[in-house]
Design a protein around this ligand. Structure first.
Ligand code: FES
Length: 214
């Protein structure tokens, strides 16, 4: 074993070099642990609060629009709530080529145009969403009617909750990566829209091309 020499100075202050190194090592470990704990807490705490963009927004069923009727605006959440059923087409949700696509249920459509990010609006007169910047037009479910928008409007995930706040169902990801509308199951008391869970809209042919009106 190697003997550790103790200097006269160390004897004077009552602490030797080995003890000093132990203290330094202990302090380093304590500091590292504190940093690790802080990081863990930072990751675990939700970054966004309810009712704040990036978090969840809750809506009672009574405020949902009727099926295929004009959308309900949520300014703080930056989305439109729509209630869709392609099997009951009307002037707001005219059917295009979607016989094999399921467009039924509640969806939360992001209020930002997929072209260059302008805020579009619902146009009562034309029964569609219209962007004031470069003229993109979208159907009630967010599908493009006219370009230059490159894709369908983006959507947020919708969650059905029972009266106790338990989750009953959520919108699911479709084959092309979009959130599907959510058919609300029996027992749904209200819905939540998670504005932290956005998916880009699909790239589908323009409705005006299908109808040869472009
Ligand atoms: S930003 Fe909407 S059409 Fe260009």
């Amino acid at each position: 074993m190697t003997a550790i020499a103790i200097t006269r100075d160390e004897r004077k202050v009552g602490i030797n070099r080995r003890e000093f190194l132990y203290y330094v090592m202990g302090a380093s470990i304590a500091l590292f642990s504190a940093e690790l704990t802080g990081l863990l807490i930072w990751f675990l705490i939700p970054r966004f609060r309810e009712g704040e963009f990036g978090g969840r927004f809750f809506s009672e069923l009574s405020i949902l629009p009727e099926i295929n009727q004009p959308p309900i605006n949520n300014d703080d959440g930056r989305f439109w709530l729509v209630n869709l059923d392609i099997e009951q087409p009307n002037q707001f949700l005219a059917a295009a080529d979607e016989s094999d696509v399921d467009i039924k249920g509640v969806a939360a459509v992001y209020k930002v145009c997929t072209h260059l990010g302008c805020i579009y609006d619902w146009n009562e007169a034309s029964s569609r969403f219209e962007c004031p910047c470069h003229g993109s037009k979208y159907r009630l479910d967010g599908r493009r009617i006219e370009s230059p928008a490159p894709r369908t409007l983006d959507r947020f995930q919708v969650i059905a909750l029972d009266a106790n706040g338990n989750e009953l169902a959520k919108s699911e990801e479709t084959a092309d990566g979009q959130w599907s509308p959510l058919v609300l199951p029996a027992g749904t008391a209200r819905i939540a829209v998670d504005t932290g869970a956005k998916k880009e809209g699909s790239v589908l042919p323009l409705i005006c091309e299908i109808e040869q009106t472009c």
